[in-house]
Design a protein around this ligand. Structure first.
Ligand code: 13P
Ligand code: SF4
Length: 319
């Protein structure tokens, strides 16, 4: 405990000295989420994280999350220094969508509008017409479908299929998945539901269709947190990364949160729904980058110039 207090004090001092502000995703550790809030930064979903940096006077943005979040911050704020606790923190969706093969694929369908999830590299964003996050994907695709546009969607096939079901849009889906949400198991979830029949099931739309079919609420991390605070239920079964439990417990301390199972019936699993790359963010790695300036995000200016357009389109639409 003393060690943690000393670490936190050093980080606070560095943030102050370097005119830096910390923004953390809901999947990072409780320590980082608390620190971000205590020091005037914020804890947020990917859409709010993208918005946050532009409204800050701070010269340095420290982004605790995965690499695409740091890149988006840099693309929107090229004049600021953007640091991450570890720039090697990738995302299986980003990895599943290499820029060159994606560009070739798009070239084969020139009459399609290219919509990419924020969980992609700057190069993939640069090849897109729209960037979306889970919080805004549905209304944007609905808007495009109403205009009669055919869509290439990448990279999350589960989210793509959910949006397709909801909007009826004509979409070609890239076959990426999230390693965390892909693991939720419907048979085991049904069993837990039988044990907790009054519980509401909250599901992030990166989950497979059979999990989404059991949901009371499907939505972004922010939407799921709001659901815990606003729904009358006492118990919630939550199918997303367990980092989110910190904020959920904060907004609804008297409610019971149950992890959706990631293993079949009978198997036990400790903290399975935990993104390994989000886990690379720690107080230690944060202090290290603040002291050394390592793990700074750079984006090629030519790529940045193209990638900023679909990101801004999303932010303008969201306003
Ligand atoms: P949100 O945009 O809902 O925060 O989700 C980001 C993410 O990586 C989910 O796995
Ligand atoms: Fe990517 Fe999944 Fe981790 Fe989110 S939880 S950052 S989608 S690997």
């Amino acid at each position: 405990r003393e060690e943690k207090e000393a670490l936190v004090a050093k980080i606070k001092e560095q943030l102050r000295r370097q005119n830096a502000v910390l923004v953390a995703h809901y999947y990072t550790s409780s320590d980082l989420q608390e620190l971000a809030e205590e020091t005037g930064g914020c804890v947020a979903d990917s859409l709010e994280m993208a918005r946050f940096g532009s409204h800050q006077d701070a010269r340095t943005l420290v982004v605790a999350g995965v690499r695409f979040m740091g890149e988006t911050a840099k693309i929107l704020n090229p004049e600021k220094r953007v640091l991450m606790p570890d720039t090697r923190a990738t995302c299986s969706l980003d990895e599943a969508c290499p820029a060159e093969s994606f560009a070739e694929f798009c070239d084969q369908h020139p009459d399609h509008t290219v919509v990419v999830y924020a969980n992609t590299s700057a190069r993939v964003k640069a090849r897109s017409d729209w960037v979306v996050t889970s919080a805004i994907a549905l209304p944007i695709v609905r808007h495009l479908a109403e205009r009669g546009e055919k869509i290439i969607w990448a990279p999350d096939k589960h989210l793509g299929r959910y949006i397709q079901d909801q909007t009826g849009a004509e979409m070609i889906l890239w076959p990426g998945t999230c390693v965390v949400h892909e693991e939720f198991k419907a048979v085991a979830l049904k069993r837990i539901l039988r044990l907790h029949p009054e519980a509401a099931v909250l599901v992030h739309p990166e989950s497979p269709a059979e999990i989404i079919a059991l949901a009371d609420v499907v939505g972004s991390t922010t939407a799921l947190i709001k659901a815990v605070a606003s729904m009358p239920h006492r118990e919630f079964i939550v199918a997303t990364d367990k980092g989110i439990f910190h904020k959920m417990q904060q907004v609804a301390p008297d409610k019971t949160l149950i992890e959706a199972p990631t293993l079949g019936v009978g198997a036990t699993c400790q903290a399975c729904a935990e993104c390994p790359w989000m886990g690379m963010n720690s107080l230690q790695s944060l202090l290290h980058v603040l002291e050394t300036g390592e793990h700074e995000i750079h984006v090629d200016p030519e790529i940045r110039e193209k990638a900023v357009l679909p990101i801004r389109r999303m932010l303008d639409f969201a306003e």
